[in-house]
Design a protein around this ligand. Structure first.
Ligand code: PAF
Length: 281
């Protein structure tokens, strides 16, 4: 695996891949790689001849009181996984490479409306930080296809809109969430959980399953959401939201909408976890 830490080296390596006629798939990450990321890289391989992965903990997508400083950084473990998967090129830049004029002066990319609901309402500026860094990474890596996990479903939809609105010639692929055997979605933030919290954590996904079941039994959407909030609170969570939405655009479902998704973000102690479940009504 080749590692590029500067944009100059990255561009040179991408040019070399292009000169060999290779199609490029890109998996952007913030490191602390786990089996969920591994699945993204394995899928990426199916769409292209060369797989490029970035590792960059993007300060712009963290709020002032969030976990940017403590976000897990595990470069040795990450290198081992990337080598094992057979990734072709790792881009692991420092902040000056991504935001050369400083993050405060960086031109930003914002997807309105979708960026303000659900997680966007609880994490002001978060999605603007995500779309800004992904746009910058796309401009540097110039991939043919980019792979994102569906655990961050709202992020996936926003990136699709950004690519469409800005006419970026990149295919965006969403990959199903990888879960622990007990249903907990894999996440770097799972490492923040205490042993007790880890035992409680699978309740989040089970609660989403109950929302789906109740909706299918004819329970009204608001009642199904309220029931889930009550159950989560009773189990010691502090939910930000549980919300049933249309799967294609995260709009409020209307009579007759069949492809739905229930999404949640909830705190367990000092850890905020997100999850979602797509279903047919
Ligand atoms: O999903 C993530 O890990 C991040 O939001 C991403 C897409 C790498 C941008 O920093």
């Amino acid at each position: 695996m080749i590692e590029a830490n500067t944009t100059a080296r990255l561009r040179a390596e991408v040019a070399a891949l292009r000169a060999q006629g290779k199609r490029i798939a890109f998996v952007p990450t913030m490191g602390n790689l786990h089996a969920g990321h591994r699945r993204l890289m394995e899928e990426a391989r199916k769409y292209a001849d060369a797989v490029v992965v970035s590792i960059y903990v993007n300060p712009l997508q963290f709020g002032p009181k969030e976990d940017f400083a403590s976000y897990p950084r595990t470069p040795a473990q990450d290198h081992a996984l990337l080598g094992d998967v057979g990734v072709d090129l790792l881009f692991a830049p420092g902040e000056r490479e991504i935001y050369p004029r400083g993050r405060e002066r960086q031109t930003q990319v914002e997807v309105p409306q979708l960026g303000q609901i659900l997680c966007g309402a609880f994490r002001p500026g978060h999605f603007r930080g995500v779309t800004t860094v992904v746009a910058r990474l796309f401009q540097l890596v110039t991939p043919d296809v980019a792979i994102f996990g569906k655990k961050d479903y709202q992020q996936l939809l926003m990136i699709r809109l950004m690519v469409s609105d800005l006419g970026m010639p990149i295919e965006i692929i969403g990959i199903d969430t990888v879960r622990e055997p007990d249903g907990l979605a894999l996440s770097s933030r799972n490492s923040y959980l205490s042993a007790d919290e880890r035992r409680t954590a699978p309740i989040l996904y089970k609660t989403l399953g109950r929302v789906r079941d109740r909706m299918r039994q004819g329970v009204a959407r608001a009642a199904a959401e309220e029931g889930a909030l009550t159950e989560l609170r009773a189990a010691g969570w502090r939910p930000d939201y549980v919300s049933v939405r249309r799967a294609n655009d995260l709009g409020e479902p209307e009579e007759g909408d069949k492809s739905l998704i229930v999404l949640t973000a909830a705190w367990l102690g000092r850890t905020r976890l997100i999850d979602n479940l797509e279903f047919q009504a």
